[in-house]
Write a protein that binds this ligand. Structure first.
Ligand SMILES: Cc1ncc(C[n+]2csc(CCOP(=O)(O)OP(=O)(O)O)c2C)c(N)n1
Ligand SMILES: CC(=O)[C@@H](O)[C@H](O)COP(=O)(O)O
Ligand SMILES: [Mg+2]
Length: 648
């Protein structure tokens, strides 16, 4: 049995010797490379926190002491040490989540993978402990990237003010988000890193004094008092201390003894203390360290030796189509600029940045700032494109509403990973944008059905300079192009029956799903029209009249059913006094467990068979209550037959 296999919980760590700790770190790294190469996941971040996580669980007593993980993608080692060593289905249906999960363990607190929240959680937990007269430490581990998020500073402002409230912040400083972390904070952390000499000098001085009893002790106390002045002279006053936090560091985040010593010092401190740990993302795995792009922040399933992907890529991604078109637009329009929130390459801005380095900004993990800065850029005469993952735009809603839209700024938001993403679990699905953003006056939203539409709609969007525009597309490979057979208003008609009864409004990538559902219904004698509105907000003025020529409207969107495009279509028909029922198909108002995108879509019924079955049943139900049954050829499916299960 390996040492790792003998670890059933954090208690089993306490008795390990220094040599065993070294062996355990090696076993954990070996395990991570093999397991994550099999399933895909966050390899680089977890390789960087092996010794740190072991030290945390040796010094503190989780779950009495609360250990919080910011963003949570670096919690695999924490899971290994808290009784969860079956990584065979990591991020897969029924397997371990890729983030902390309360359902999995009492050691887990923050489940969402949205960065920069851990310090806020820590502030609240520490206050609750004190108000309730509780005990136990609150320890928040936050990355240098997550520390660039505004919420972290809102929390720091509160934490630092409570000089007598014990709270431990561990900064996991590996100098990277995906790419090297940007900004003044990163520069400041770099300055602090250079005070390493001060810490070593201090440690060495203490060692000498420790060995000279009595005199040494007295001398130590007097020197201790002088230490602050000494530190000022020899080490820059970190802004953390200026804020009122005790600063310990920089600490070698891969040295168990240094880590434990610093954490025990922090433990004894009767106020907020920040432990600045220096770690290496991807440590111990050469291919990760050599990967300049992101040190294997996230990897797909791959051969651990060659790093060759195990699954063949399914063709060009939406991200790559966006990135290529952005670069072409950048050539033609020198007023078009771009903003990323620490995800330049993941959102597809790599090529644009290479060609126009002065026209792209990485603002750190700061989506709110990205939106407000874009309002400034637009007002300054440029056309900014803000590229983020859909789920992360949630936190910039007010800035989009009150800074961009209120001032009618020509800003284009591009949401990658819109709709169900799947393996990253509940907090990563981009399933809220089409609902939340419905209420933004003047905002125009497009949902492309294929690559050609993405290119066209992106160009249409950047041509708008007096209102915000937004384009959203999913995390998957781009499907085959779907030609329109007609056009009604601004909408593409993708299919039209001779005697149409059902109008499918297909939002973006739901077009092929709607076309297949229409096929299944027509096999039962129910004629369908399928339209792709292209721009889903505002609802196309021609849609109510088109709907009026049908008996039922089915709106299908890869977004929450609540208050999405379906609701907007209902409102548009109501306003036009068109009394045709609308069935809304989308994502239920639930937090969806992690699984592959296709598995989740099947589980929530966003498949052609399910949709066709439910549309057919709807029609039948209306037939039963209608005065005059629809005239259909014999054998039509006015009387719904169970839709035979076909593999879609
Ligand atoms: C609000 C938000 N925006 C973007 C992301 C995407 N994201 C996940 S991890 C990461 C980088 C985190 O860097 P850091 O905090 O330094 O942690 P590390 O991976 O270096 O350990 C980003 C940008 C996110 N999780 N949350
Ligand atoms: C933790 C985080 O938010 C990102 O690393 C995310 O997991 C990446 O998602 P993709 O793999 O879809 O790029
Ligand atoms: Mg980092």
């Amino acid at each position: 049995m390996t040492i790792l296999e003998s670890i059933r919980g954090p208690r089993d760590l306490k008795a390990l010797s220094e040599a065993e700790l070294g062996e355990l770190s090696e076993e954990i790294r070996d395990f991570l490379v093999r397991a994550v190469a099999r399933t895909g996941g966050h390899l680089g971040p977890n390789l960087g926190v092996v010794e740190l996580t072991v030290a945390l669980h040796r010094v503190f007593d989780s779950p009495t002491d609360r250990i919080l993980w910011d963003t949570g993608h670096q919690s695999y080692v924490h899971k290994l040490l808290t009784g969860r060593q079956d990584f065979s289905k990591l991020r897969g249906k029924g397997g371990l989540s890729g983030y902390p999960s309360r359902e999995e363990s009492e050691h887990d607190v923050i489940e969402n993978s949205h960065a920069s929240t851990a310090l806020g959680w820590a502030d609240g937990l520490a206050k609750a402990r004190d108000v309730r007269g509780g005990s136990g430490h609150v320890v928040a581990v936050i990355g240098d990237g997550a520390l660039t998020g505004g919420m972290a500073w809102e929390a720091l402002n509160n934490i630092a003010a409570a000089r007598d409230r014990p709270l431990i912040i561990v900064v996991n400083d590996n100098e990277r988000s995906y790419a090297p972390t940007i900004g003044g904070l990163a520069n400041h952390l770099a300055t602090l890193r250079t005070t390493d000499g001060y810490e070593k000098f201090l440690a060495c001085g203490k060692e000498v004094l420790r060995r000279t009893p009595v005199v040494g002790g007295t001398l130590y106390e007097s020197l201790h008092g002088a230490k602050k002045g000494f530190k000022d002279a020899f080490a820059p006053q970190g802004m953390f201390e200026d804020l009122g936090l005790k600063y310990l560091g920089p600490i070698d985040g891969h040295d168990p003894r240094a880590l434990e010593s610093a954490l025990r010092r922090a433990q004894r401190f009767h106020g907020p203390v920040l432990v600045h740990c220096l770690t290496e993302k991807g440590r111990g795995y050469e291919p990760a360290l050599a990967n300049e792009e992101d040190h294997f922040h996230t990897v797909g399933a791959m051969d651990p030796l060659t790093c060759a992907p195990l699954a063949p890529s399914g063709g060009p991604s939406w991200t790559s189509v966006f990135g290529e078109e952005m670069a072409r637009i950048g050539e033609e329009r020198e007023d078009v600029v771009a903003i990323t929130a620490a995800m330049l390459r993941p959102v597809g801005l790599g090529e644009f940045a290479e060609r126009f380095p002065d026209r792209v900004w990485d603002v750190g993990i700061a989506e709110q700032h990205a939106a407000v800065s874009a309002a400034g850029l637009a007002t300054g005469g440029l056309h900014p494109v803000v590229a983020v993952y859909a789920t992360f735009l949630n936190r910039a809603f007010d800035q989009l509403l009150m800074d961009v839209a209120l001032h009618r700024c020509g800003v284009t938001f591009v949401l990658d990973r819109a709709g169900v993403t799947g393996v990253d679990g509940a907090s990563h699905n981009g399933m809220w944008d089409l609902s939340v953003l419905q209420v933004v006056p003047g905002l125009r939203i497009a949902a492309p059905r294929d690559a050609a539409q993405l290119r066209a709609q992106l160009r249409e969007a950047v041509a708008v300079d007096d209102a915000p525009t937004l384009i959203r597309f999913p995390k998957e490979s781009v499907g085959p192009e779907i030609e329109a057979v007609d056009r009604v208003g601004g909408m593409d008609v993708l299919h039209r029956a001779r005697r149409p009864e059902v109008l499918f409004v297909a939002v973006g990538v739901m077009a092929p799903v709607c076309l297949r559902a229409a096929e299944l219904l027509e096999a039962r004698g129910i004629g369908c029209t399928v339209v792709d509105p292209r721009w889903v907000k505002p609802v196309d003025p021609a849609l109510p009249d088109l709907a009026a020529a049908h008996r039922l409207v089915a709106v299908v969107e890869d977004n929450s059913r609540a208050a999405g495009v379906g609701s907007a279509v209902s409102l548009a028909l109501e306003d036009a006094e068109v009394d045709v029922p609308v069935r809304r198909f989308g994502v239920p108002e639930q937090f969806l467990a992690h699984a592959k995108r296709a598995e989740v879509l099947a589980d929530i019924g966003l498949t052609p068979v399910e949709i066709a079955g439910r549309v057919g049943a709807s029609l039948a139900a209306r037939e039963r209550t209608a005065d005059v049954p629809a005239q259909r050829p014999a054998g039509a499916a006015g009387t719904p037959m169970p839709v035979k299960e076909t593999t879609e």
